[in-house]
Design a protein around this ligand. Structure first.
Ligand code: HEC
Length: 292
């Protein structure tokens, strides 16, 4: 087998092993990174929703307090502002379109916010301290696998103005939502959660895109390394050695005057060529002595 073929076989095995290792570790790493990035965005959304909640309670709610005696405006409700803000965000940015935001409660004012089974489980676990906030996880849904992040919502003093008893709450609100739901919340009790859900496919798609770029790059660099290495081996080693060997052939067949092999390099090949010339000169000398 030719030397170049042997070296290329070793190189191929090496590069294949390296690419296999890089792709396995890389894929794992990229998937984890993409997941973390999506969850980071989810956290940003929950934190923005919390900020809007706070803003509504501290700035808007006092402004509409008198108004609530005559007409209840949902704009003074933190949950309403947060959910509306997230709706606007989802419509404004395609990137956020996939992010679903909910404020599920065990005993909700608006029945649309009633916690479904898995959300109720989360709230119960937050309540008994089994889950630290923020909680993250994955779950199967009819729409595919979803990644979620959840944070608990506590009833503070200000919340009890509306969520304590129907008698204490603004009557205009009770008229709108009814006296049956969303009351009886206790101070500092975890009553609800903020939940953001994103399809796992979003994280997966990000990871896949980066992975493809990454692999094309790895294969490209490998091919480049192989081509350059082959060229270097060819010009620096295979070609001069083949020439020296062809010259040796001619001399061994008696062509003593075959032109010398010229090398300018001072590397091992250069030394070999010089030694070879010297040997040929000695040989010619020896023959002459024999003939004489
Ligand atoms: C001005 C009255 C008012 C105050 C104050 C208020 N809420 Fe509410 N809250 C409501 C109303 C009304 C809704 C239903 C909004 C809707 O239509 O979705 C609601 C909804 C919610 C929801 C969604 C689940 C549900 O009950 O429908 C959560 C969670 C919530 N409130 C928590 C809080 C917390 C925590 C505070 C205190 C930081 C608070 N609320 C303060 C009136 C109030």
């Amino acid at each position: 087998m030719k030397l170049l073929v042997k070296i290329n076989l070793v190189l191929l095995a090496l590069l294949a092993a390296a690419i296999a290792a890089i792709s396995t570790i890389g894929w794992d790493l990229l998937q984890r990174n993409a997941r973390e990035e999506v969850l980071h965005n989810a956290k940003l959304l929950i934190d923005s929703a919390s900020a809007v909640r706070k803003y509504t309670l501290e700035r808007i709610y006092p402004l509409l307090l008198t108004q609530s005696k005559y007409e209840f405006r949902p704009e003074m409700v933190s949950a309403f502002s947060a959910i509306e803000m997230l709706k606007i965000l989802r419509n404004a940015e395609p990137e956020y379109k996939q992010f679903l935001y909910r404020e599920p409660a065990l005993n909700p004012t608006n029945p649309a916010n009633r916690a479904v089974e898995w959300e109720a489980d989360l709230i119960t676990q937050f309540r008994n301290g089994a889950l630290a906030a923020p909680a993250t996880g994955e779950r199967n849904t009819p729409a595919g696998r979803m990644l979620y992040m959840a944070k608990p919502l506590k009833a503070a003093q200000g919340c009890l103005f509306c969520h304590d008893t129907p008698e204490k709450a603004p009557q205009t609100m009770v008229a709108m939502y009814g006296p049956g739901n969303g009351f009886g919340w206790k101070l500092d009790e975890i009553v609800a959660a903020q939940v953001v859900q994103v399809p796992v496919a979003v994280a997966q798609a990000r990871a896949e895109h980066t992975f493809r770029v990454f692999m094309v790059l790895a294969v490209g660099v490998s091919v480049l390394v192989a081509v350059v290495l082959n060229a270097v081996l060819w010009f620096m080693f295979v070609r001069p050695v083949t020439r020296i060997s062809a010259l040796a052939d001619r001399i061994s067949l008696g062509e003593m005057d075959a032109p010398d092999f010229k090398v300018t390099s001072r590397d091992e090949i250069g030394t070999l060529a010089t030694s070879f010339s010297r040997m040929r000169a000695s040989l010619v000398q020896a023959f002459k002595m024999l003939e004489g």
